[in-house]
Ligand binder design. Structure first.
Ligand code: AP5
Length: 219
């Protein structure tokens, strides 16, 4: 199965993406995580991307599309994959269509998570991420057992450079201008499933699971 996760920063795409990839046994591809790896390894792409990411702006379509093209050709994506954070512009969505037709793939579903702006700001300014294993926490909604320490690996929890309020608000604005038009793009293809992204993580996932079951039943 091939699934796209859509929605403003902080709606829970990464959180739900992990659950969906475990449920479907397919790879989770997060362009944000791929870019942060490039930044950490100080590659040319990472150095270019960091300046955009820190300001809450999008990295150029060309760089992102090349990165995704390489990624979906890898063996671990042969059984399907979930895209978290891609596509983010109409141009990226059109390139994805081309990749699908070249590789004989088909998009099964797009999940759009819906959360209010004030809740998003609370979620992102309170998010903490394990420096070592990437596990995501929230200072009040999902705190670690020991403050600042990852429950899973004992690594230090850090705040992402783009999770300060000013950058979060800019990211939301960029989402509205550049990414929200994809809602209509996928609605027209009859692929869009809109889900209320508030409430317990498990309850939100249950709604996703029900839709996936329905789609599997049709396949
Ligand atoms: P990226 O890393 O993709 O960031 P994003 O889209 O801003 O999404 P987030 O990771 O912030 O949020 P999320 O929806 O995954 O939420 P999460 O599950 O973590 O991109 C970063 C940057 O990279 C971009 O700004 C851009 O510069 C660049 N980039 C990436 N892709 C690109 C592309 N395609 N083109 C161009 N540039 C690109 O949850 C957030 C918090 O809420 C967590 O603390 C979590 O614990 C908590 N939470 C989750 N669910 C719930 C719930 N139900 N209730 C309460 N709390 C919850």
């Amino acid at each position: 199965m091939v699934v796209v996760l859509l929605g403003s920063p902080g709606v829970g795409k990464g959180t739900q993406g992990i659950l969906i990839s475990e449920y479907l046994h397919v790879s989770l591809i997060s362009t944000g995580d791929l870019l942060r790896n490039e930044v950490r390894e100080q590659t040319d792409l990472g150095k270019t991307a960091k300046a955009f990411m820190d300001k809450g702006e999008l990295v150029s379509d060309g760089l992102i599309i090349e990165m995704i093209k390489k990624k979906i050709k890898r063996e671990d994506c042969a059984g399907g994959f979930i895209l978290d954070g891609f596509p983010r512009t109409l141009s990226q969505a059109e390139s994805l269509e081309n990749m699908f037709s070249q590789d004989n793939l088909q998009l099964d579903a797009v999940f759009l998570f819906d959360v209010s702006e004030e809740e998003i700001v609370k979620r992102l300014t309170g998010r903490r991420v394990c420096e070592k294993c990437g596990t995501v926490y929230h200072v009040s909604y999902n705190p670690p057992l020991r403050e600042g320490i990852c429950d899973k690996c004992g690594g230090s929890l850090i705040r992402r450079d783009d999770d300060n309020e000013e950058t979060v608000r800019r990211r939301i604005e960029v989402y509205q201008n550049s990414t929200a038009p994809l809602i209509n793009f996928y609605k027209k293809q009859d692929k869009l499933h809109t889900i209320d992204g508030t409430g317990k993580v498990e309850r939100i996932f249950k709604k996703v699971e029900d839709i996936l079951e329905g789609l599997n039943g049709h396949n």
